[in-house]
Design a protein around this ligand. Sequence first.
Ligand SMILES: Cc1cc2nc3c(=O)[nH]c(=O)nc-3n(C[C@H](O)[C@H](O)[C@H](O)COP(=O)(O)OP(=O)(O)OC[C@H]3O[C@@H](n4cnc5c(N)ncnc54)[C@H](O)[C@@H]3O)c2cc1C
Length: 466
Amino acid sequence: MTVAVIGGGITGLALAHRLRARGTSAVVLESTSRVGGNVQTHARAGYLLEAGPNSFLDREPTTRELAETLGVSSRIRPADAAAKNRFVFTRGALRALPASPPAFLKSDILPLASRLRVVGELFSRRNPTGSDESLAQLGRRHLGREATSVLLDAMQTGTYAGDPEQLSAEATFPQLVKFEREHRSLILGAIRAQRAARQAKAAGSVQAGPGLTGQMSTFDGGLGVLVDALAKALGDAVRTDAKVEGLERSAEGWKVRFQERGQPAELTASHVVLAVPAHVAAALLRPLDAELARQADSIPYAPIAVVHLGFAPGAVPKPDGFGFLVPAVEGKAMLGTIHVSTTFPFRVEGERVLLTCLMGGARRPDVVARDEDALAALAREELKTMAGIAATPELTEVIRWPRGIPQYTVGHLERLAAMDERLKRWPGLHLTGNAYRGVGVNDCIREATRLADALGGEAAGTVRSA
Ligand SMILES: Cc1cc2nc3c(=O)[nH]c(=O)nc-3n(C[C@H](O)[C@H](O)[C@H](O)COP(=O)(O)OP(=O)(O)OC[C@H]3O[C@@H](n4cnc5c(N)ncnc54)[C@H](O)[C@@H]3O)c2cc1C
C-alpha cells in the first residue's frame, strides 16, 4: 500500500509520520517551499514569532506521543504561572475572568443582574428541538443574553474567531451539548464532570482520561520545533514545491498530477489523503464528484490577521496574564491580544515585551483586507484605547490569513456525515485536516493519527474519511 498525502501542514506531516512508523509507504506533497502550513515559527531581532498557532493544551495523548516519538517531548514548555490570569475587554475596561464560581459572583465581569441570570442556569431547559442549533442559541437559553454576548462570545473568539449566531453548538463545543443532554444544566454537568475526574484521579483509574483542562504549552523554540522534527524524520518522503492539480482513478488506485518546481509530474498511490484546506479539496474533487466538492466548499473560513508588536526593554510595563479577548459587541477590529512575553518568557530576549494582536475574524472580514501598515496602525490604536499601551514598538510584523480558521456552522456534523456517505463511492480517497473534526493543533494530530491507524488496519474494517 502507498499513500499520497496532499498538504504538508501539521495534519499531513503527522499522518505520513504515523503511516511510516506503521510500515506503510507514504509521501507528502506540499505546494509551498516549506512545510507546516499554519504552523510557522521564526526568530527576528530578539523575538520568537509565531505566524499562526501559539500554543496547544498539553492534554492530548496523541500530541504527547508524537513529540515523544520524535524525541522533542523534553522541549515542551508550559505557560508561565502568570498566564493563569485572563481578561475580557467589556463595558469599556479590561476585566479579569473570575477563576471560580464564588469569584464570578463577586466579580464585575458582568453587571449584577446578568451574573444572577447565570446562576439561573441551574434551572434552564434542554434544547426543545433536539437538533443542532447555534452556539448563541444554546448560550442564551442557558446563560442569558449578556453572558452569551460577552463570555461565550469571548470563549469562541479565542478558538474560532467566529460568529456564534452561525457556529454549530454541537460541532464547536460538544462538551456543552453533552452536559445539556446528560445533566440539563451546563453548570451541573461541569461540576459533576470535575467531580468524576477528581475521583478517577484519586483512584488512579486508567479510565480517568486526559481531563477537562490541560496546561497551555509550546516548545522551547516555538511550535516550529514539532514541524521541523517531523520534516527531519520524514526526510525525502516530503516533497515541497509540489502543487497538486488533479486526481484520477487508476488501475493501482489513484493517479496524482502535480507541478513540482514548475515541472509537470505524477505519481500513483493506492490511497490519497487530502490534508489541504476545504476549498482546495473542493477544487481537486470537482472533476470527480461535483456534490462532494460542493459539500467541502460549503465549509467557510474566517479571515484573521496577526499583528506582532515588540517593545524594547522598559518601553512598556510587563502586562499581566495570558492576554485579553474582545467580544464583538465592543465593535473593535481586534479579537484579542496574547501577552506572549508573559506567557512564554523564553520567546523574547531579555526584558522585551511581545504582544500578538489577532484582528478581523468572521464578523470583520473587511479588517483583514487592509494593507499591513493600516493593520498595524489599527492594532496600535485599539491597544492604546483598551490596554493603555501607547509606546512605539521596536518590532512590527503583520501576517494575514485570508482563510484563517474553518467555521463549523450549524449543520456541520450532518455535512460531515453526508460527505462520509459520498466518499464511499471513492475507495482509497480520504479527507482530513482542520476543516472537519477540530480546528486546534491537537485535533489535527488526533485525527491524522486516527486516519493513519485506520488505514494501517484497513483490512480489519472500514475507514472513516471526512
Ligand atoms: C492565526 C492562527 C492562530 C491559530 N492559533 C492556534 C493556537 O494557538 N492553537 C491551536 O491549537 N490552533 C491554532 N490555530 C489553528 C491551527 O493552527 C490549524 O488548525 C492547523 O495548524 C491546521 O493544520 P492543517 O495541516 O490541517 O492545515 P494547514 O496548516 O492549512 O495545511 C495545509 C497545507 O496544504 C498545503 N496545500 C494547499 N494546497 C495544496 C495543493 N494544491 N497541493 C499541495 N499542498 C497544498 C498548504 O500549503 C498547507 O501547507 C490557529 C490558526 C491560525 C490561522
